[in-house]
Design a binder for this molecule. Sequence first.
Ligand SMILES: Nc1nc2c(ncn2[C@@H]2O[C@H](COP(=O)(O)OP(=O)(O)OP(=O)(O)O)[C@@H](O)[C@H]2O)c(=O)[nH]1
Ligand SMILES: [Mg+2]
Length: 446
Amino acid sequence: MNDTIFALATAPGRAAVAVIRISGPTTFQIVRRLTGASPRPRLASVRRLRDDTGVTLDQALTLWFPGPASYTGEDCAELQLHGSTAIVDAVTAALLAAGARLALPGEFTRRAFENGKLDLGQAEAVADLVDAETQAQARQALGQLGGALGRRYDQWRDLLLNVLALLEAGVDFPDEEIPPEIAFEARDLLTRLIGEIDAALDDQRRGQRVRKGYQIAIVGAPNAGKSSLLNGLIGRSVAIVTDTPGATRDIIEAPIVLAGYKVVLADMAGLRATEDPIEAEGVRRARAWAESADLRLWVVDGAADDGWWREASALVGRGDICLINKFDLGRGADGIEAGRFAASLGMVVWDLSLRADGVDRVLERLTQKVVSDLQGSDFPTATRERHAGHLRAARDHLARAGVMLNEPELAAEDVRLAVRELASVAGMLGAEDVLGRVFSSFCIGK
Ligand SMILES: Nc1nc2c(ncn2[C@@H]2O[C@H](COP(=O)(O)OP(=O)(O)OP(=O)(O)O)[C@@H](O)[C@H]2O)c(=O)[nH]1
Ligand SMILES: [Mg+2]
């Protein structure tokens, strides 16, 4: 059986109220020992808390939730204390003396998961909800907490169980080929499922982008106006702007919120071949960041004709944005050639001047771009790489099953493995190390 755990559920430090949560088999005795009275289920009562020597520790609002109708499914209690460090410390000492121990990060939610109160996707959603900084992140986490993720996987599992039933019928004809109508129906279901999983995998970055923030790399040659753009977009001068090329070396990341979505902008070193080892390291880091970003904003000095625009041309592609800057200085060969090159790749090209009204125009169009990339009518099927990994593995098993329908026993084995992969997303086959990894990222008290 589990022991009894407790933790401060509110942020540490001075506050009006501090909430300590307790969960486990001896919760009732512990609350009675501290308050001198038996708690009543789901009823708030103001009680004087005392330690074993009878010294009053605080006057607190106490709540008692007998299991299984509680967050963890175990007996739980909440002590709403006056929010001073002194009181929290004194009550902590009294709880330790009463035999409870401090909870590990995520341990309450882990117990809820183990008692069947939540599936693993919902438990992850609890952590995401606590971490949410934008409304879009909170909305996504709430959808996942409401079971939106789990329902998709349940539907797929049901379909696969139908396929298994078909294949098992095929196994009953040991000496013959699997009857063609059964093979046909099984293949049909498998193809449909593989198509749906492929679509979900295509879509999987959307869920992760909302959760982690949409990463935009501001790339380009030195002196193009990258740092000017970053400063303009965030409305503060965090990056140094000078007319000396090669000013920026480190990656400067700045979070902003566009239409409720978290976006991370990164300004970086201008790309060029250089002898300076510090600048060269900056260029190497810039390339790496830009390659893994969700979008590259390619800034070109449109008035130049030194050909430096070519330095970034291998990094960008369709879906990225080419921003030809310094319109106020007129157009040099670079602006014209880079614009043609970008258009030939199917990139969007914005011709503007950051000195004039360019920043506002970028902000407006960038917001549209982020909304159209992140908004979806469906709940995303994968909000973490863990989900996508199981989806890819399930898809591989189904593809193998599809070409082995003539050997229904082997095909059925692959379908069973695919079912396992899908079930793992909800944590139904939770391997200990996976659970450990998921719950250790929580804060204590959740
Ligand atoms: N005339 C004009 N100058 C601009 C415009 N945008 C930026 N500049 C100037 O161009 C110079 C370089 O700007 P930065 O923002 O530092 O360029 P960068 O791309 O960050 O340069 P590195 O950090 O060296 O790679 C500065 O002197 C800016 O004031 C513009 O629209 N018009
Ligand atoms: Mg710069």
